[in-house]
Write a protein that binds this ligand. Structure first.
Ligand code: AQP
Length: 336
């Protein structure tokens, strides 16, 4: 879809894709199906993918562990199939314009609209002392996207509201200060946009909520994947049909299967008579998809210096795009 309205004049005809992921722990199947799988399929010379380590600061952590998580996240992106020779893969904090644009955008955002963000409401309930950064997180995210003249943002369903805010801020800034930002669209996968916890299928699979049996990690061993899938919560009536509200556990398994096999959940349901058969076949498919990713990840983590080289090159390429956009925003808002 082409950008419309304010910002459209800046659009140069290229589809520019940007998306990011927080280095707040090992990546799970939701991150893969909701984000990484799409990122890989959409990657071209106009796409940028980022490990958003500044966003990761909204979660408490030991600095040494943070550094490890950032490297782990970079390795996971590359292992999932992103190719840094096609488009930049980089670390957010290495491009200073993210933090700089954040401030300009905070000054066009209202307190009330951030208070309405459901992710803030959910996450703040789980923090003893709520950081201001958790509250302003969607503004930093808006800046991440807007810095790259982005037209499309591939994300999972949980980021839809933040993307709406990004569009709102871009339009507002353009209306007040003149054409500055391209207004982006969210791109959600047709299935797999909301992978649920395998033990609590009414809650999304998440990095920051501990659920040892409910979260399927990209780096899980095959036996572990099989164990988690076979123990996934379903229901007792044993009737194989896709019904997310009445049968959320089964629907989650059917959606995961459908996202891997690129068909609809209803079609997947028609292929199996028993939950056990579905689970067995699903585990086999997950192992076949995730094992090569885990193997490549281990190779990359063992190659000293390789990830740092990708980070350096990616930051230089990203800054070359972000710099002029930031300068345009600063000039238009009235900074000398
Ligand atoms: N359960 C999910 N199903 C589908 N997509 C998902 N994503 C996250 N969880 C699911 C997508 O992964 C991308 C990166 O997410 P993020 O790092 O910004 O973190 P998040 O959205 O807050 O979710 P996480 O990874 O589970 O972390 P926590 O626990 O911190 O919330 C995004 O495109 C997201 O949509």
């Amino acid at each position: 879809m082409l950008p419309e309205g304010p910002g459209a004049l800046l659009y140069d005809g290229q589809m520019a894709v940007f998306s990011g992921i927080q280095p707040t722990g090992p990546m799970h199947l939701g991150n893969y199906l909701g984000a990484l799988k799409q990122w890989v399929s959409m990657q071209d010379a106009e796409s940028l993918y980022c490990v958003v380590d500044l966003h990761g600061l909204t979660v408490d952590s030991d600095p040494a562990l943070r550094r490890e998580w950032s490297l782990d996240a970079m390795a996971s992106l590359l292992a999932a199939g992103l190719d840094p020779s096609v488009g930049p893969v980089f670390l957010q904090s290495r491009v200073r314009y993210h933090a700089q644009l954040n401030w300009l955008l905070e000054c066009v955002t209202s307190f009330g609209e951030l208070g309405r963000m459901t992710q803030f409401k959910d996450k703040s309930e789980r923090q003893a002392s709520v950081r201001v950064g958790l509250f302003t997180y969607p503004v930093l995210m808006a800046g991440d996207v807007l810095l790259y003249n982005t037209t499309q943002v591939p994300v999972g369903e949980d980021q839809r509201q933040h993307l709406e805010l990004t569009r709102e801020l871009a339009i507002r800034f353009n209306n007040r200060y003149g054409e500055t930002f391209v207004v982006p669209d969210a791109v959600l996968p047709s299935v797999g946009a909301r992978v649920m916890d395998l033990q609590e299928p009414t809650r999304k699979m998440s990095k920051s909520v501990p659920s040892p049996l409910g979260t399927l990690y990209l780096l899980d061993e095959p036996a572990e994947i099989e164990r988690k899938v076979m123990k996934a919560v379903t229901d007792t009536d044993g009737e194989m049909r896709y019904d997310p509200s009445a049968k959320p556990g089964l629907a989650n398994l059917l959606e995961i299967f459908a996202a891997l096999s690129e068909e609809t959940p209803t079609r997947v349901a028609a292929r199996f008579a028993r939950y056990g058969e579905l689970k067995k076949e699903l585990a086999a498919r997950l192992i076949a998809t995730l094992e090569p990713i885990a193997a490549r990840y281990r190779e990359l983590r063992a190659e000293e210096g390789e990830i740092e080289r990708v980070i350096e090159a990616g930051a230089a390429a990203a800054a070359a795009i972000a710099g002029p956009v930031y300068e345009r925003a600063a000039r238009n808002i009235g900074l000398l």
